[in-house]
Design a binder for this molecule. Sequence first.
Ligand code: ARG
Ligand code: ZN
Length: 852
Amino acid sequence: VTIWRKDYRPPDWLVPEVSLDIALDPASTRVRSSLKVERNGAHDRPLRLAGDEIRPLTVTVDGAEARWTLDGDTLVIDLGGAEHAVVETEVEIVPQDNSKLMGLYASGGILCTQCESEGFRRITFHPDRPDVLSVYRVRMSANKARFPILLANGNEIAKGEGDDGTHWAEWHDPFPKPSYLFALVAGDLAANRDSFTTMSGRKVDLAIWVRERDLPRTGHAMESLKAAMKWDEKVYGREYDLDLFNIVAVDDFNFGAMENKGLNIFNSRYVLADQDSATDADFDAIAGVVAHEYFHNWSGDRVTCRDWFQLSLKEGFTVFRDQSFSADMGSAAVKRIEDVRLLRAVQFPEDSGPLAHPVRPESFIEIANFYTATIYNKGAEVIRMMHTLMGAEAFRRGTDLYFERFDGQAVTCDDFVDAMEEASGVDLSQFRLWYSQAGTPHVTARLEHDTGAARATLHLAQAVPATPGQADKQPMVLPLRTALIGTDSGRELAAERVITLNEPSMSVVFENVDEAPLLSINRGFSTPAVIDVARKSGELERLAQTDADPFARFEALQDLMYRALLAGARGETVDYDPVVAAMGATLRSNALDTAFKGEALIIPGESVIGDRLPLVDPQAVHESRDALRGAVGASLADDLTAVQAITASGGDLSPEAKGTRRLRAVALGLIAAADPSRGAALAKAQYDSADNMTDRQAALATLANLKGPERAEALDDFYRRHRGDTLVIDKWFSLQAMAGRPDTLDQVETLRRHPDFTMKNPNRLRALAGAFAANPWVFHSGEGRGYRMLADFVIAADAINPQVAARLVPPLGRWRRFVEPYAGRMRAELERIAGTPGLSKDVFEQVSKSLA
Ligand code: ARG
Ligand code: ZN
């Protein structure tokens, strides 16, 4: 069944209060629920309470037996003419058998919940929609020895001992919240405790709960949390509102983390880190996710979504907030490059494929499939554009108004834009198309220079491609941060300004341009669009050396790489000199910092190269990229060897130190591409001497691509060294699945039978199946064998955990982008999945849309 945004109706019944009494046991948990319900407006419809894989044992209304029926999984209760009632139900659930990891489930001996989007209905009967807000009171009891710690949202108000070894706790959350923010945790957990004093002087107790042995790995998450609390006060004026804030880490988790009010639950990979187990990227991801979930306390919890079509209201905004936080904490230029790299790698393909949808979708079959790069990352770009269009001060006035006006309410994306518009005075009517139109806009730009008149004219045009269900598009509002630079002098000929392209085409005139100008456009990636600039030869080379905007400089260097990569993939003879020269100049520059260099010198991956071709031949793309890597590695051998030798102490997490390690990794890969035996020797030395996971993993990744005996030795050493350390063993799996070797598919086959492999743990499944599917040359190799393997993973995983299985489908869904015989073989595997009996609606939706 398809659910449509246009069918939204306010709830028939409100639930101002929820009271739960839960007797916890992994094998049999009793949930008694008491809902205070109130008729919402005049109507004669019964109370409908959603359920999922639960059956009512008892149902009473105001203490008497109720008149009820089941409509599928929905409990329908006849309340007669009552305006309000107390509805009580009792159900039994089996957390240890809950492999979907939605609702109440067991992870490594811990009982925990995940309710967003529709998991609460797997715990008890409830309207379970985000516009029904309730005050929750939760009493839980459990065996005290196995579950000494009992946590829920809000504050603990009472606790005590039961008979026969049980104990109980009662928690109360004073803030009305939707059911998707409900959470509880029971387990044998230890806390890293700290505190934070808010700007108004209230002391908040902070705790990060993990297994005792993981305590030494919680320091970075705690520092990140305190930094995020401080930052949200300073930048958004948002203060924390409860007396305690708890974070719990669990190993089995479908996504990154969850912002349950006062009790955030995390995938342990976004909490646990130390030098021996986590890379710089892991440290950064932890800071970003901890901040993201914390920021949701306002953008998500205090102000929530009216319905799930509005998901980007909280996710796009909160991603923008966590991106800004990370930019402020480290190198802003590097952070922006990373964010754009992710957008292009994941969101652009989504937006140009069969699963394209607007930031505010019109319909869905399974909402879990809409936690996408479009909702999150394009959604964040939409917020960023508002910031660009109105400026920081007006933007802040807008968010202040939004939080003040809608505090305690469930609202829409339009409500947000209304507040921004009102507070800033900027007309956002046309801008709202960003919420309704899918597809990545394409901009063409051409700069004309009239030397005699000292005048330059910029000709711009836009087009938004058709996407499923949206054939015709209207012109959008595209803010382009633009400047002109002197080709010879390198000075600024026209100062940076925001040019807003909001018509199909337009021309902008620059006066007093007395030198041949270079066009620096879409600086900072101010619009999430594909920009096609008509360039004369030599322009990119100049921009790569002179553009004052670090992002634009990065783009120029990348575009030089793409020029060579695409020519190679088309089978043309490639002139590597310009790109080698530009990379060499960047490497040697004294003006650029290492953090920037490390990012700028990364050669685009095979997947994003393919995205710039009309149709993809994966073998040709692979060979072209290898050839460029080899050419750069050979021509810049001395410079690369020099930077590969520079080390930074593992304990140093400054942008400079991280940049040094990044540059080292990039250099090592390029050296090995040109000279495998030298690469192997350097990688082995780097592996052996590494005092941190970043250097060790980079060395191992290089070795994993190579032939010699060092490869097996290092992989075995890594395994022995980190055996039993789940998060690190995930790296061991994915490093092998990401290797660019002819036998990688065989390795994946072998690893699938490894005793440490399990499909029940989402991180492990993604480490193997997700990793090789993101390794294009390998995925497309073996005459369809890679596709068959991924389809087998999808089918097997679907029987265990549909949400996670559905997320493995998109690589196959891109079949239309490939030449034959690849395309037909990919489609055949989608059809095989589609024909599997008993498919979940999660996988069904992804597969049927991919075939349509
Ligand atoms: N709200 C969570 C976050 O962005 C993600 C929850 C994902 N849940 C889901 N059913 N897809 O931090
Ligand atoms: Zn979020």
